[in-house]
Design a protein. Structure first.
Length: 82
């Protein structure tokens, strides 16, 4: 299916440069630019949920409080610095 879109000159020039940098065609670049947000929207609507276990087997380590953001950031900083 062919569709005609008439954007202004600047975005097309930017897209052409980006397509060349990515070693792809302008059509493929524009197709990806349209497809990516649609895929993101579809995944958000899919309603896939996951469960975080906060206690018992497979839960968080002792002393970790998931409701205390500041303490979690401190713990994460300590892990990065080790």
């Amino acid at each position: 299916m062919k569709v005609a879109i008439y954007p202004t000159k600047d975005p097309i020039q930017d897209a052409e440069k980006a397509a060349v940098e990515q070693n792809t065609t302008l059509s493929a670049f524009v197709g990806d630019a349209i497809r990516l947000p649609l895929d993101r929207r579809r995944r958000a609507r899919s309603g896939r949920k996951f469960k975080i276990t906060s206690d018992g087997e497979g839960g968080v380590l002792p002393g970790v409080d998931l409701s205390n953001t500041s303490a979690l950031l401190d713990i994460m900083d300590d892990i990065k610095n080790d």
